[in-house]
Design a protein around this ligand. Structure first.
Ligand SMILES: C[S@@+](CC[C@H](N)C(=O)[O-])C[C@H]1O[C@@H](n2cnc3c(N)ncnc32)[C@H](O)[C@@H]1O
Length: 344
């Protein structure tokens, strides 16, 4: 395949600035009563993970590559990650390993992004938003991420993800949106078909009524305390992870992970108050090699690039912890420090 879509980000299309809430302990509930307003302002901190595309390049079959991508999606969702940056290094740029071995070959990065985006999308929207592709051949084997915005047909929630179908009648100023219920709902805007949108469902649960619902920014449910999935972005090297950050002001605290990192007990780790936290993971050769391969980082080491460089699993019994394992281990390790930082 295929050049990767540089700077591509995904998720709901109405997305001025991604926001999310990672620090609140109460879960989003589909029951409106329990759907408490957590924070009025929309300056809700975000957590990003950066994951190397090379982890896919090192997998021998499409099925195993799919399972690996599924694990990353599950980890991101379980730990309420708001953004996943898939990065290449000089060792595996565009022309790198091609997954599939067919006319639909694509690089490890494009493949990983596709599976991550697919799994983040509620099931009822996938057919409309994801054309058939060979890379999706084994995706049906994966356990769902079962995120709060993946509502079932019988469930009601204050917000639902939807896809625009068509204008209700010509010049009606209203559009039909499939939000995964038995009938489409009407929104009071003219929108082109095939767009992913977040719909505020309002109080009226009668789907036969013509009461229009509202399209809102996909950050809206997050501002009210819900976890609403992750965005996916591509970075062509280490520098691009930081430089091409889509959050206003960039990442304000950056953590690298490695067996060579500093050992600090999770309970003693102080993460300063942040708006946009980034946690980076390396591939087979680690983040230090990715830094060395980046011409923009010549002469720099991990301690220059990251605010903290941490070993999150000291005394490991295996000689190597694989990236997908390190993501689960590290995100669990960071849970409490992040929570303390957000409360502080
Ligand atoms: C196969 S390991 C790379 C090992 C490599 N020798 C290195 O320098 O870290 C892949 C990735 O898993 C993560 N990782 C592995 N062991 C870790 C540990 N003990 N603590 C934190 N992260 C670890 C790091 O992100 C690392 O880049």
């Amino acid at each position: 395949m295929a050049k990767k879509n540089k700077k591509q980000t995904t998720h709901s299309e109405v997305e001025p600035e991604p926001n999310a809430n990672n620090g609140d302990s109460d879960d989003y509930s589909h029951n409106k009563k329990k759907f408490k307003k957590k924070k009025k302002n929309n300056k809700i901190p975000t957590v990003t993970i950066a994951v190397p595309a090379s982890i896919i390049d090192n997998v021998p079959t499409l099925e195993l590559a799919t399972r690996l991508a599924g694990q990353i999606a599950r980890a991101a969702t379980i730990f309420r990650i708001n953004e996943v940056v898939v990065f290449d290094t000089k060792g595996n740029p565009d022309e790198g390993y091609l997954v599939n071995n067919s006319s639909e070959d694509e690089s490890g990065a494009a493949f990983l992004m596709r599976i991550l985006q697919y799994l983040e999308t509620p099931q009822y929207l996938r057919k409309a938003l994801f054309p058939m592709h060979n890379s999706l051949r084994f995706v049906g084997l994966l356990p769902p991420v079962d995120a709060p915005h993946h509502l079932r047909k019988h469930e009601w929630g204050p917000y639902r993800e939807g896809v625009t179908i068509k204008e209700r009648d010509s010049n009606s100023g209203a559009t039909l949106v499939d939000v995964g219920l038995v009938k489409p709902v009407i929104v009071d805007q003219t929108l082109e078909p095939g767009r992913r949108v977040t719909v505020a469902m309002g109080a009226n649960r009668n789907l036969d009524s013509d009461v229009p619902r509202q399209v809102v920014s996909s950050s809206k449910p997050r501002e009210e305390g819900a976890y609403w999935g992750y965005q996916v972005r591509y970075a062509h090297n280490m520098t691009s992870i930081f430089k091409d950050c889509t959050y206003k002001g960039g990442y304000d605290f950056i953590i690298g992970t490695s067996e060579h990192g500093q050992i600090i007990k999770s309970s003693n780790l102080e993460i300063p108050s942040f708006r946009h936290l980034l946690i980076a993971f390396g591939g087979l050769a680690g983040l230090e090699e990715s830094i060395e391969e980046d011409d923009n980082l010549k002469g720099k080491n991990a301690h220059d690039v990251f605010n903290l460089y941490l070993n999150t699993c000291p005394h490991q019994g295996s000689r190597t912890i694989r990236t997908e394992e390190a993501i689960f281990i590290s995100l669990q390790y960071f849970q409490e420090p992040i929570s303390r930082s957000l409360q502080g």
